[in-house]
Design a protein around this ligand. Sequence first.
Ligand SMILES: *[C@@H]1O[C@H](CO)[C@@H](O)[C@H](O)[C@H]1NC(C)=O
Ligand SMILES: *[C@@H]1O[C@H](CO)[C@@H](O)[C@H](O)[C@H]1NC(C)=O
Length: 398
Amino acid sequence: MARRTIYLGLLAIVIPYLYDRYVALSALAANRPSKLKDVYNFRQHEFKFRDSIRNCEDVLLVEEKGLAIVSCDAGRDRWNTVMGTFAQHKGVVGGGLYVYDYATPGLSEQDALARLTLKNIDTEDFHPLGIEYERKSGTLYVVNHAQTGSVIEIFDLDFKTTTATRRQTFRHALAFSPNSIQALGDGKIFFTNDHFIPAAMSPILSKIETFSGVPGGSVVYVDLTRPSETARTLARVPFANGIAMLNSSTLAVASTSKSGIYFFSVTADYHLQSKNHISPPEYHLKSQGYIRTPVAPDNISVDGNGKLLMAGHPFALATMKVSRGRANCDPDSRKEEDRKACDCTAAGWVAEWTPETGLRELYKGYDICTSSTAVRDVGRGIGLVTGLYDRGLMLFKE
Ligand SMILES: *[C@@H]1O[C@H](CO)[C@@H](O)[C@H](O)[C@H]1NC(C)=O
Ligand SMILES: *[C@@H]1O[C@H](CO)[C@@H](O)[C@H](O)[C@H]1NC(C)=O
């Protein structure tokens, strides 16, 4: 009898877990390549910069200037700390940051895109992932998966001279696998770590962490003007990926392994330290639930109407396959097999969400491969989608 009680108790713990994995994996099966049904919920789409940039992971809009900032890293083919590709012996090129003028009509592709000149940083070992821009101070935050260790770089950005000058590097025990950044102003940021066990530490354990859906990823707060006193883990999320403030009090975090978005209410406590001195804010996150998404989401963004946009991977195994094959990619090689290794064959997906309307798919199909971030300029009715392993950017019009 006692044994059975224990057994039932164990089942009670395990069944919800298995059910959860079952739902996540059956979504995977429903989107397997032969079953995937295209979705186009925008008026038109086209590709930009097919031959000038590739492997772009993040894009953000500075709408008042009609500019997009894009982070791209051709070196990801051989050095991907999230997916676990470490072929550095083959040579890894540095990545770059770009400014795209998407609002001025009639510009040639060449005139519309400028590569930012990076100053005061080792550009050979620069591997940008998530980026974030703080308007008031002109600060650009960039997650850099350098071979010497992952860090967050803090740049002063000058649009006029298209120059970004490194001011500070944040290297910290709590930034063990940094992925995405959300700025709160005045040097305060939230960022995600995607894994507790980065692939650089153990590729196998890192994969087990991904597939089991254990909450190994985290959300960290830091005030970069006083990093050592302020850095703190505020929440744990399985494979925490994109992060974005939905509004002034709600934070959204995408979980790639759980296939969902977690919501948190954000509060800040202030203490009176002495008569005229109030302490810096102490942030707290309180869970406000979770929505499941039909595919594994990657990055998220919030548009001018407050809608949450997400990009993701309908068939995550195909994305992993592309990433695995990439170490041999050489677009200029004479050998067909090396050029073929540059192909990108995994589907892309974009959706929007509001609490009132729920989730609505905007796009699903093979035009953009390994879609990682989607953003939208509501005023101009234009959106951009990046592809982690694709060439160029997809632009859509509504
Ligand atoms: C995802 O997008 C947000 C902007 O919504 C940005 O702050 C973040 O750094 C991005 N992360 C990645 C990994 O692209
Ligand atoms: C922020 O968004 C959440 C989730 O949609 C909502 O419940 C909350 O009321 C919003 N708060 C504000 C201040 O708009």
